[in-house]
Design a protein around this ligand. Structure first.
Ligand SMILES: NC(=O)C1=CN([C@@H]2O[C@H](COP(=O)(O)OP(=O)(O)OC[C@H]3O[C@@H](n4cnc5c(N)ncnc54)[C@H](O)[C@@H]3O)[C@@H](O)[C@H]2O)C=CC1
Ligand SMILES: O=C(CO)COP(=O)(O)O
Length: 315
């Protein structure tokens, strides 16, 4: 691995932006700056010299951040890394699609994996994926973050990698409900197993490779988020199972739970492309007050009987 200094600017000083800054600083050859809306420095001053700009803002911050950056004169060699897990409500685009649309001549890399920020902050070992159609850019992202506490894999399916991390947030809400209602290990296992083909159906329709969902950013993040009270999305589901309102849960959370917005956008996408999303649909109904946790479980159990693999095409 080269010892060349890399100038990295991280935009977004939330939980994930700070954890990623810590990982990047762990490798002392990186020169790391972190910027947020509340920073005293101008955005221009922190991106001017950057080789790589990483965005770790929440979904609602992606478009405003990009609008600020497009007003600046950023050299086209600058690599953008997006670490946001969400879908844009108006356009249903993923963050990397928005970055690519706004910066068509820049390399864009997706970073996603089973990476609960609290564990990363403690220095516990973890792995992630960087995905891009630009191999050199992905290699640079790998170089920035790889260390003896963080193992970084590469793939060339940015959309699949991004959708794994995005769609599992909706499943984490369902999983929190499952645990909160004490439905047992069999139910939880069935839920997570059926969540994966649902995610793959959506991904395939949007141009992702099915295989990607069996990797760290898909199955890996599904396991991490659906089985940990450290996940905010899981906590949303758990709270709903206790009869709390979504408003109360989000007020108590004081943090980002992307699965709520993602479920709403996903239902629109599913309608447009006619994709079956039974689990996500129940999550959507639940967060919008159209069903109760108990009713949602009943409806999932009462669906028409079908073959286990009739809707997946791995060819
Ligand atoms: N915390 C975690 O464990 C992980 C989070 N992520 C993803 O990273 C993203 C950020 O998550 P967190 O840092 O945990 O959330 P957070 O709530 O701690 O921070 C959100 C960040 O987005 C910024 N932001 C929000 N609205 C904005 C706007 N309109 N303009 C500019 N900036 C805005 C905030 O200033 C803040 O820096 C989310 O998409 C999340 O799914 C991904 C992997 C792990
Ligand atoms: O994406 C995450 C872990 O990979 C973080 O999950 P939450 O956003 O549910 O906390």
């Amino acid at each position: 691995m080269s010892n060349q200094t890399i100038n990295l600017t991280i935009i977004g000083a939330g939980l994930w932006g700070q954890a990623l800054a810590k990982l990047a600083k762990y490798n002392t050859q990186n020169n790391v700056r972190i910027w947020s809306r509340r920073s005293s420095e101008s955005l221009e001053s922190v991106v001017q010299e950057a080789d790589v700009v990483l965005s770790a803002v929440s979904m609602k911050g992606v478009r405003p951040t990009i609008e600020k950056l497009t007003a600046l004169n950023i050299p086209k060699e600058t690599i953008f890394i997006t670490a946001t897990k969400g879908l844009e409500p108006k356009t249903t685009l993923t963050p990397s699609q928005i970055w690519k649309e706004s910066f068509p001549h820049h390399p864009v890399v997706v970073l996603s994996g089973p990476n609960l920020s609290k564990e990363i902050e403690k220095g516990l070992p973890a792995a992630t994926v960087v995905a891009s159609d630009n191999v050199m850019a992905a290699g640079k992202a790998q170089q920035i973050f790889s260390s003896d506490i963080f193992r970084v894999y590469f793939n060339n399916d940015p959309i699949g990698t991004e959708l794994g991390g995005t769609l599992k947030n909706v499943m984490a809400i369902a999983s929190g409900v499952c645990d909160g209602l004490q439905l047992g290990t069999n139910a939880k296992s069935a839920l997570l197993t059926r969540a994966l083909p649902e995610m793959i159906r959506v991904g395939s329709e949007l141009g992702a490779s099915p295989e990607t969902f069996f990797g760290l950013s898909g199955l890996g993040d599904l396991i991490a988020t659906c089985d940990s009270p450290l996940s905010r999305n899981y906590r949303v589901g758990y709270g709903l199972s206790e009869g709390k309102s979504l408003e109360q849960i989000l007020e108590e959370l004081q943090s980002t739970a992307e699965g709520v917005n993602t479920a709403n956008v996903l239902v629109e996408l599913a309608k447009k492309y006619r994709i079956a999303i039974p689990i996500s649909r129940q999550v959507y109904r639940l967060i919008n007050g159209k069903t109760t946790p108990q009713e949602a479980v009943k409806e999932l159990m009462a669906r028409d009987l079908k073959a286990e693999f009739d809707d997946l095409d791995f060819a």
